[in-house]
Design a protein around this ligand. Structure first.
Ligand code: LLP
Length: 458
């Protein structure tokens, strides 16, 4: 019956326009080596799968650096003061923080755990911004103790905590004030944060943001350096960013007039969308940044405030396209009239995004990424849950157990959201650059899985 479905697929393909490229358009000629295999950062994907085992998440570090440079170049060309602050929730590890340090980028952290990782990476503390809608007292005092550069203050409880924590010291703290801009981005509702009904930041229209600013300005050790807003994630439309940039300038101008507060920084957050599949049409990082700069320049001039520095916080767009997850294909199930299930040795434990957000990814075979596709399949994970489907419709060439399947663009929020569901170990992470590879997170062992477990003896 498998043949029946394949015949149908081939018939469908024959009916498509002659010459239509059925290959994955995210694979470029440069990604294929002389053996016809996929190469990542100049290293054969099959060699990587052999050396490190699967599943393994491989990052092409040059791609990460390149994305940062692309964001940065526009600011440089436009002579605008700026910071690119990598939102490390997308992928946090000692190694990625070390790359960010080399690139002289800033980073955002959102937990004591990310901060501890940055400390371990010897990341410069003054280049860290600490985010979060419910930072604990312990997390805030850790941030103060280590001299974190900016606390992005989110709510009144946090202002009280900060006040108490610095009361008996001479510590000075830089803060940005996070507002909810009231701009709903067109994205999955789970990852939209800019609308008024959001758990993040101070509401503007009801006067909360004004009250927060007055409270912060009244604390002599606190220096409010900027205003922050973030509208959501995986955004393709530049309108939302223009809107938030304009809104931030308006607020800055209003606060200058009312409170003689002069903002040094406007932080427009992250959220720049990437291409996961043929259905995604993101705009270039340069275009996002240029649009933001244009609006801030124009609005600042109109409203009579000095041109502030612009900070952006990209996460996904920096690490997403640089990540490749290598799996080994195992079992297969064919059901008459339905798409077959082709199972791999990972799944929702290393990539929860398809199950959680209905996220789409594309995949190719490592041994021949340009092979003629002959069928569409569902790529199933190995976790005990029917929803553990990595792709619900993936065109593939003929596959066999043991083939290495590579999922593309898995660098953001995949490992970062990984779990040990079913007590599966989390995969290894490897960085590749200039034809060389290095293990940067070990694969978990069964001992790692049980090392916190204690015997029950009551
Ligand atoms: N800044 C702030 C304040 C944020 O909350 C976020 C993401 C970013 C920057 C970075 O956004 P990005 O450039 O990466 O889109 N787990 C979800 C994404 C959650 C995003 C949370 N905040 C996913 O897998 O799609």
């Amino acid at each position: 019956m498998r043949i029946v479905y394949r015949d149908f697929f081939l018939f469908e393909m024959a009916n498509r326009e002659l010459g239509e490229n059925l290959m994955n358009d995210q694979i470029k000629a440069a990604d294929i080596n002389s053996s016809g295999h996929l190469q990542i950062g100049g290293v054969d994907a099959l060699t990587l799968a052999d050396k490190y085992g699967t599943p393994v998440l491989v990052y092409d570090v040059a791609k990460i650096r390149d994305q940062i440079h692309r964001f940065r170049n526009v600011f440089e060309q436009e002579h605008v003061e700026y910071e690119v602050s990598y939102a490390s929730k997308a992928f946090a590890s000692v190694a990625i923080y070390q790359v960010m340090k080399q690139e002289q980028a800033h980073i955002d952290v959102v937990s004591g755990g990310e901060l501890a990782t940055a400390i371990k990476a010897d990341f410069p503390m003054e280049k860290i911004s600490f985010h979060g809608n419910n930072k604990s007292e312990a997390e805030l005092s850790m941030a103060l103790e280590h001299g974190v550069g900016t606390i992005v203050v989110d709510n009144f409880h946090e202002i009280d905590l900060l006040k108490q924590l610095i009361a008996d010291s001479s510590k000075r703290v830089n803060v940005q004030l996070r507002i909810t801009p009231g701009i709903a981005a067109h994205t999955n509702s789970y990852i939209a944060t800019g609308q008024v009904d959001s758990k993040f930041g101070f509401d503007v229209d009801s006067g909360q943001a004004d009250k927060a600013l007055r409270e912060l300005m009244a604390i002599s050790q606190i220096n409010v350096t900027g205003i922050h807003a973030h509208i959501g994630s995986q955004i393709f439309d530049v309108q939302g960013f223009k809107g938030v940039a304009h809104k931030l300038v308006q607020i800055a101008a209003d606060w200058q007039e009312k409170y003689d507060f002069h903002t040094k920084i406007l932080n427009v957050g992250g959220g720049f969308g990437i291409k996961y599949s043929a259905d995604d049409h993101p705009i270039h990082p340069e275009d996002f940044v240029r649009a933001i700069i244009d609006v801030v320049k124009k609005s600042a001039q109109e409203s009579g405030i000095d041109m502030p520095a612009i900070w952006i916080e990209p996460g996904r767009s920096i690490v997403g396209p640089a990540g490749y997850t290598l799996y080994t294909i195992g079992s297969r199930k064919d059901i008459p009239g339905l798409l077959p299930y082709v199972s791999v040795d990972g799944g929702m434990g290393d990539n929860i995004r398809p199950a959680l957000y209905n996220a789409k990814y594309e995949a190719v075979l490592a041994r021949d990424p340009q092979a003629q596709n002959i069928e569409e399949v569902r790529i199933a994970g190995k976790y005990c849950e029917s929803g553990d489907i990595l792709s619900d419709r993936q065109p593939l060439p003929e596959t066999h157990p043991g083939d290495v399947l590579v999922m593309l663009d898995t660098g953001a929020y995949d490992y970062a959201m990984a779990s040990n569901y079913n007590r599966n170990p989390r995969p290894a992470v490897v960085f590749v650059e200039n034809g060389r590879d290095q293990l940067v997170i070990k694969r978990e062992s069964y001992d790692d899985l049980t090392h916190l477990d204690l015997n029950y003896s009551l």
